[in-house]
Design a binder for this molecule. Structure first.
Ligand code: AMP
Ligand code: MG
Length: 339
């Protein structure tokens, strides 16, 4: 299959919407990361998404809508709290887990009777949902397990020849996937995956916000998962990634010692630190927002430059930094060291 490269012009969006209506898979920009979109109600189209990504069948997709009023086209029951959260955070990077309607096929929800729903803020994503006239199921547009794509070129690298088209909408502003929450009672929610919408932001609307333990800790064998995506190794480049907690001086001493032993050692550090060591470095920002925006792109770049072993400065696991930390411990296969 030849993968068409489309721009975000009105004419190209019409082509993309037509492809989506006809059961094809299209890579689309959203404010979080690029998505691999298909008609959420068409099991054959959704099957093509799983095949292109090589995604395990029990890992559900998020369904994207363009208006709050479409919630009831996807969910069979929408509690008052869901509307309150939608009004506050949509359009934007928050996914609500709700009971699914029967016309959302099991393949879309990974066999679960619930479905993740979100209204993206990216104008191209919303225009495409409206023009296609159907809710769009879209996981991140990377090969399963690899870092998520935040540029059209990343999607092309992973999906060329596997999907009908890619719409280039520039770099993603947020850079990490949406915050996923389940609604537990009328005044409590649980964060299953941290994102740009933080615990503190949710607490302004909901009195009780719990963090699922799997966000920061590796699941033990046989332990129940609340969100299937949490059990898979994720976001990993080919390079061996080690997450390092501690102060700069100790970090620098450790990577310099490793570097003197060879092995294509690289360090992924915060802006400004790259001048303070002789070890080859990439930087990924000066605050949690910038780190979120850049992390996936920098993990991919490390593979492009042939890094074998990468030591990464750990962000503080709070606010938006929790989302970055959560992606990095998985990229590192939970190999975290303290210096
Ligand atoms: P991705 O599409 O790559 O951003 O991954 C979507 C993630 O959302 C999945 O890996 C799940 O962890 C989570 N998710 C989607 N739907 C559900 C659901 N019904 N229940 C729990 N988690 C879900
Ligand atoms: Mg993903």
């Amino acid at each position: 299959m030849e993968t068409k490269l489309l721009s975000d012009s009105a004419g190209d969006l019409l082509i993309a919407a037509e492809l989506l209506k006809n059961g094809n898979v299209v890579g689309i920009p959203t404010e979080t990361v690029y998505g691999l979109a298909a008609d959420a109600r068409d099991p054959d189209a959704v099957r093509r998404v799983f095949m292109a990504k090589g995604r395990p069948a029990d890992n559900p997709l998020i369904v994207h809508i363009a208006e709050i009023s479409q919630l009831e086209e996807v969910a069979s029951w929408v509690p008052e709290l869901a509307y309150m959260l939608a009004k506050q955070f949509w359009p934007g990077p928050l996914t609500l887990i709700l009971p699914k309607r029967d016309d959302i096929p099991a393949i879309t929800s990974g066999g679960l009777d619930t479905v993740g729903i979100r209204m993206p803020s990216h104008p191209v994503a919303r225009a495409l949902i409206q023009m296609a006239g159907v809710p769009l199921a879209a996981p991140s547009a990377n090969l399963s397990g690899y870092p998520s794509p935040t540029k059209a070129s990343h999607v092309l690298r992973d999906m060329q020849g596997k999907i009908a088209a890619i719409v280039d909408g520039g770099s993603c502003e947020v850079g990490v996937e949406s915050t996923v929450i389940s609604i537990e009672t009328e005044n409590s929610v649980r964060i299953l995956r941290p994102g740009y919408v933080t615990k503190e932001m949710l607490e302004e609307i909901v009195p009780n916000v719990a963090l699922d333990p799997a966000i920061l800790h590796q699941l033990q064998e046989g332990q129940a998962v609340r969100s299937p995506g949490m059990k898979y190794r994720h976001y990993s480049p080919k390079a061996h990634v080690v997450l390092v907690e501690g102060e700069w001086e100790a970090f620098a001493a450790m990577v310099e010692a490793q570097n003197s032993m060879g092995n294509a050692v690289y360090a992924l550090v915060f802006d400004g630190e790259e001048h303070k060591t002789t070890v080859p470095c990439l930087t990924y920002g000066a605050n949690a927002q910038e780190e979120a925006q850049q992390i996936f792109s920098k993990l991919r770049e490390l593979d492009d430059i042939g890094a074998c072993l990468v030591y990464v400065r750990a962000p503080k696991p709070e606010g938006v930094g929790l989302a970055v930390y959560n992606r990095l411990i998985r990229a590192a296969g939970f190999e975290v060291i303290q210096v």
